[in-house]
Design a protein around this ligand. Structure first.
Ligand code: NI
Ligand code: MN
Length: 228
């Protein structure tokens, strides 16, 4: 029996347990008042980083050094992480995927920025299309709406993780349009309430998803786990 468990840590951060292998996505824990776990406790075998902004790359360096986790991101961020002393890394780039021991990671486009915390160039921002034990999970990370989401939806998504905070990313109106393009079985809203300018009502968003689309919406609080 395959088991894929998604545990939300607030903002865009998830732990994904794939048959015991721990993936950690965008570990912004230090400085995130909503996070349910700390950087010195969270488990990681692999750390996936979508783009260079501090609320995504977060504690990647510290966690990688403590756990020995391999980092996965675009080439430019990998080069920067190497300069910070991160030893195990796997660079990818937009449209490219790789079959890791735990499953496949493909980088998708995202319309956003990607400067690193010290101002270094972080390449283009990305989303993740994950194939884990036959399940397809799309984590859009930070992006505006784009029509090519239709192509990502053609993969047949089990879960789409979408920002709804507005201001820096899609807000609820465009996230609803994204769901209509992606047609996932389940939608999980993220990237809201962390800062004052991205306050949203996820239950109101869930109500719209369930009344206007065929998708189910699962609202996770930090620390909550969704199994698929
Ligand atoms: Ni960002
Ligand atoms: Mn962000």
């Amino acid at each position: 029996m395959s088991v894929v468990e998604l545990t939300y840590h607030g903002h865009a951060c998830f732990s994904i347990d794939v048959d015991g292998t721990q993936l950690l996505i965008d570990p912004f824990l230090s400085g995130n008042d909503l996070a349910d776990v700390s950087a010195d406790q969270v488990a990681a075998d692999y750390i996936l980083v979508s783009h260079g902004h501090g609320d995504h790359i977060g504690d990647t360096v510290e966690i990688s050094q403590r756990t020995g986790a391999m980092t996965i991101s675009n080439f430019e961020i990998q080069a920067w992480l190497a300069g910070q002393g991160v030893e195990r890394s796997h660079p990818l780039h937009i449209g490219g995927g790789y079959d890791f021991p735990f499953g496949r990671v493909k980088l998708t486009i995202a319309h956003h920025g990607s400067a690193l915390p010290d101002g270094s160039y972080g390449g283009n921002p990305a989303g993740f299309l994950l194939t884990l034990d036959g399940k397809k999970i799309y984590h859009a990370c930070d992006t505006g709406l784009f029509y090519d989401m239709k192509l990502i939806g053609d993969e047949g998504l089990d879960v789409a993780i979408l920002p709804i905070g507005d201001n820096f990313t899609m807000g609820p109106d465009d996230a609803l349009k994204a769901v209509k393009l992606l047609e996932p079985k389940v939608v999980i809203p993220i990237h809201y309430d962390t800062f004052d300018v991205i306050r949203q009502d996820p239950q109101a968003f869930a109500g719209r998803i369930e009344s206007e689309t065929a998708s189910k919406c699962v609202v996770l609080k930090p620390g909550d786990t969704y199994r698929l």
